[in-house]
Design a protein around this ligand. Structure first.
Ligand code: HEM
Length: 493
């Protein structure tokens, strides 16, 4: 097959191939981004047990993969989706069933719907300020924990219409435990995924649902509690709407209201609870943490952004009338954070049929042949190299490995093929499975950054250390491997 001749890094282990280098390097991207420079935007590497995998960062090929029904979730992602989100979740659906459910859920995530959630995001952001104001004037704090809890509050209030304080405490606790569970990424977990991946999906699903391990029991409990919380929220909203009560602005209310159109059933709504709570929490929280870290290490950039925000706040007739999309530097910082730190950096896909991917330019195979398309056999695993794509120098500039929000403002980037829904980035993926909550995440980040930077300044503590690892999502870890990113915070008002 052609794949055999696609150049790529040598493998040092039959059991692990290059998987440990890709998933557990000392720092995220240590190998991946240097392979990009050596082998280009498409290369072959070894998965576990000698299997060839393809890393694809070429924009034309990526656009095809995310838009084509020829590619479905790879085995590891499939396991994750079944365990964490359950078979009723939109992520677990395929083909027309997926399209139908997505269309039904869409009213909760349109630009207009998300704009209506702005006051809730502002309330959550003020909640962070209140926590920080309880500290002394200047102190060090773990912003990653702070953002995780804020993102959980935001998704609970905006999706379910329920403050976290009103949720079943057992659900809140298991949700937190599950978020921490992703930290258990290890060589044995990679091997376990590879072994499960060999099984046909039907047997794999049966096994996942019935294996009596502690972690799987926790995941099942979390899913059940999430569905219960979702069902309760759906019932409350249905009763309120039936009585003609004052509807609150939240995703579930909008969706329950649309049930009469026949697009969705009540269980289609409650079945999304686990997915929304988990997919909407850590992703946004970690992107925010990485962005604020970059601002903490560049005080001049931080100050310029603060001035932009304070000017906008000063000009606004009331704080909730701010139009966050009109703040150029704020949005450049958010785009640059998403570009440099795509929290899902290489979602896995598998070819559902024999197919071909076309590339934006020719590559030279190890046998000397020049090709602009690669035939793919059914079953071939492909990593959609979102992180690598977002570091291609010809597209993003010679300094693509540097955090420089100015690239979004000074016209120095080459316009490339439009792939994702936001700023030509793929951090929210693209095509039929584009992140449903991308507008939600962008507004949440805009509101929280504005609130915090207008009231506090952030610097790196002496001897600052953090490591970025892919543990289900990209996360900042401390020396001990615990999730933490500490910054010094000083009140400025
Ligand atoms: C910075 C924050 C976020 C990032 C970077 C992000 C990224 C992604 C990516 C890459 C996918 C596609 C995964 C794949 O197909 O392999 C995805 C799917 C999804 N995301 Fe997000 N996400 C974020 C925030 C959110 C939020 C806040 C919500 C909910 C309010 C959300 C809900 C979803 C849902 C429901 C899907 C599944 C879509 C489907 O399969 O049709 N995400 N997200």
């Amino acid at each position: 097959s052609t794949i055999r001749h696609v150049p790529g890094p040598p493998s040092t282990s039959w059991i692990f191939g290059n998987m440990l280098q890709l998933i557990l390097p000392p720092q995220h991207g240590d190998y991946e981004y240097s392979w990009l420079n050596i082998y280009g935007s498409v290369y072959r590497f070894k998965g576990c047990f000698g299997n060839d995998r393809l890393m694809v960062a070429d924009p034309t090929a990526l656009k095809h993969i995310v838009n084509s029904p020829d590619f479905v979730f790879g085995p590891t992602l499939d396991i994750l989706v079944q365990c964490l989100f359950g078979e009723r979740s939109v992520m677990a659906r395929e083909g027309t069933d997926h399209q139908r459910l997505r269309a039904g859920l869409n009213p909760g995530f349109t630009a207009a719907a998300v704009r209506s959630y702005q006051p809730i995001f502002e309330k959550v952001a003020q909640g962070i300020t209140e926590k920080l104001e309880h500290e002394s004037e200047s102190f060090s704090t773990d912003i990653s924990a702070l953002f995780s809890s804020a993102a959980f509050d935001a998704i609970s209030e905006v999706a379910l219409g329920c403050p976290t304080g009103n949720l079943d405490p057992k659900f809140v606790k298991t949700n937190l435990e599950v978020s921490h569970l992703t930290l258990s990424q290890s060589a044995s977990a990679i091997l376990g995924d590879a072994l499960l991946g060999i099984l046909p999906p039907y047997i794999r699903h049966k096994l996942i649902l019935n294996l009596p391990t502690k972690n799987l029991r926790l995941l099942h409990a979390q899913r059940a509690l999430a569905t219960e919380a979702g069902a309760r929220a759906v019932c409350e909203k249905r009763d309120l709407l039936a009585k003609g009560g004052d509807a609150t602005e939240d995703v579930f209310t909008l969706l329950v209201d649309s049930v009469s159109t026949g697009a969705l059933g009540f269980e289609d709504i409650s079945g999304q609870t686990s997915l929304l709570m988990l997919a909407g929490g850590e992703t946004t929280a970690n992107t925010l943490a990485f962005g604020l870290f970059e601002l903490a290490r560049d005080s001049e950039l931080q100050q310029r952004l603060r001035v932009e925000i304070q000017d906008a706040l000063g000009a606004a007739t009331n704080p909730t009338s701010i139009s966050y999309d009109n703040l150029p530097l704020l949005n450049a910082v958010i785009k640059e954070s998403l570009r440099m730190y795509p929290v899902i950096p290489f979602p896995e896909r598998v070819a559902a049929t024999n197919t071909v991917i076309h590339l934006s330019h020719e590559i030279t195979l190890t046998n000397g042949q020049r090709v602009k398309q690669i035939p793919i056999r059914k079953g071939q695993v492909i990593m959609t190299g979102i992180g690598s794509f977002q570091r291609i120098e010809e597209i993003w500039g010679r300094d693509a490995n540097k955090f420089r929000p100015g690239r979004w403002l000074d016209g120095s980037m080459r316009s490339a093929e439009a792939v994702g829904p936001f700023a030509n980035l793929l951090s929210f993926s693209g095509g039929a499975r584009t992140c449903l909550g991308w507008r939600f995440a962008v507004l949440e980040m805009q509101v929280i950054l504005c609130e915090l930077l207008s009231k506090f300044s952030f610097t790196l503590p002496a001897g600052h250390f953090h490591r970025i690892r892919f543990v289900g999502v990209l996360q900042p870890l401390d020396e001990k491997g615990d999730k933490r990113l500490s910054l010094c915070v000083k009140r400025i008002l």
